[in-house]
Design a protein around this ligand. Structure first.
Ligand code: SAM
Ligand code: SF4
Ligand code: SF4
Length: 336
């Protein structure tokens, strides 16, 4: 399999495909209501890549070395017939891993269909088990119980291990982390605590709102003793720990306090076909124009290769030196 490496020697291994910029939540750290309100202009359907266009690009990315695809959004389960896309991706030769990140709100009725379509694993975002805290974070009054129901349906459908993503924001949910650990210990599901990041420009991010991963681990460790684990593979973004009593594992994603740009092998495709080579990029590369032109696969492949070879992104490592008001792409466009 030919591979392509960027200016820092990082190969292209993972592709995150955002299938919609819409979401039924308004998480304050991602799509604050004040910005993503009634008047917000989401992409019209004609601007979204079709499933066929996504598959054509995915196939080309796999040719360049991509082994893992994650479907994301916005909220991927609000894209009509997303399970059809899952089924199309699942059959692509050369792909070793296919997963999807969701807020879990529609999982109770989609889990079976996603599994049947060939989805192997799933990540579900859930920031707290405390209804008041969770509702304050999703900002649409969505209850915890329905997400837990979705997680249970996913388990019953055979999607495992299930990763549960918890964004930790100072003053919002840090006091409920031990409850999360208690609830999910021994279930086989893997909690992943994520440092609140300065993605986009609309969430009013402040360094003071970040709870460092070291503090998160110390908090959990004080309740349930933890031991560090080796990464599953080079470049794994989560730092892993296991409960000393054998009740499973957790992870932390410390993109602010312990950046992992040196191992970053991820490309991101927005729902309107822009390729971003970093979560904090200020501009994308227009692949939609390419797939809707007369360009042959070889031409597109050459273009992708050129983009990756020139890549020099390492935003998180440079964060302190950068101005906070760069016009970075929103998380809801490229999906984390
Ligand atoms: N809507 C889906 C969901 O919430 O899982 C998929 C898209 S969402 C943008 C992907 C992940 O990014 C979620 O786990 C979410 O919690 C996380 N996320 C969003 N904004 C973030 C931020 N400012 N800092 C850290 N993680 C964030
Ligand atoms: Fe929607 Fe996910 Fe962003 Fe929350 S984090 S607003 S669920 S896209
Ligand atoms: Fe990768 Fe950019 Fe995040 Fe660094 S800041 S790990 S280059 S996405």
């Amino acid at each position: 399999m030919p591979t392509v490496s960027d200016t820092l020697g990082r190969p292209l291994r993972d592709l995150r495909i955002s299938v919609t910029d819409r979401c039924n939540f308004r998480c304050t750290y991602c799509m604050p209501k004040e910005v993503f309100g009634r008047d917000f202009h989401f992409l019209p359907a004609r601007d979204l890549l079709s499933f066929e266009e996504i598959i054509r690009l995915a196939r080309l990315f796999i040719t360049l070395g991509v082994e893992k695809i994650r479907i994301t959004g916005g909220e991927p389960l609000v894209r009509r017939d997303v399970e059809t896309l899952v089924a199309m991706i699942a059959t692509l030769p050369g792909l070793h891993d296919l997963t999807l990140t969701t807020n879990g709100s529609l999982l109770w009725r989609k889990a079976q269909a996603l599994r049947a379509a060939g989805l192997q694993r799933i990540s579900v975002s859930l920031d707290s088990l405390d209804d008041a805290v969770f509702k304050a974070m999703n900002d649409v009054d969505f209850p915890v119980a329905l997400v837990l129901d979705g997680i249970e349906q996913a388990r019953a459908a055979g999607l495992h291990p299930i990763k549960i993503n918890v964004v930790v924001k100072r003053g919002m949910n840090e006091h409920t982390l031990v409850d999360m650990a208690r609830h999910f210990r021994g279930t086989g599901h893997i909690l992943r605590f994520i440092e609140y990041m300065d993605v986009g420009t609309t969430n009013g991010w402040r360094l003071a709102d970040v709870v460092p991963a070291a503090e998160i681990i110390a908090t959990i460790n004080a309740a349930f003793a933890l031991e560090p684990l080796e990464p599953n593979y080079p470049g794994e973004v989560a730092r892993r720990y296991r409960y000393a009593d054998g009740a499973g594992e957790i992870g932390v994603i410390a993109s602010v306090t312990q950046p992992f740009c040196g191992d970053c092998t991820r490309a991101r495709l927005s729902s309107d076909g822009q390729l971003y080579t970093c979560l904090f990029a200020t501009a994308g590369h227009d692949l939609r124009a390419l797939v809707r032109s007369t360009a042959a696969d070889d031409d597109i492949l050459e273009g992708l290769e050129r983009i990756w070879r020139r890549r020099e992104d390492r935003y998180s490592q440079l964060r302190t030196a950068l101005t906070p008001d760069l016009s970075k792409v929103e998380m809801s466009r490229i999906g984390g």
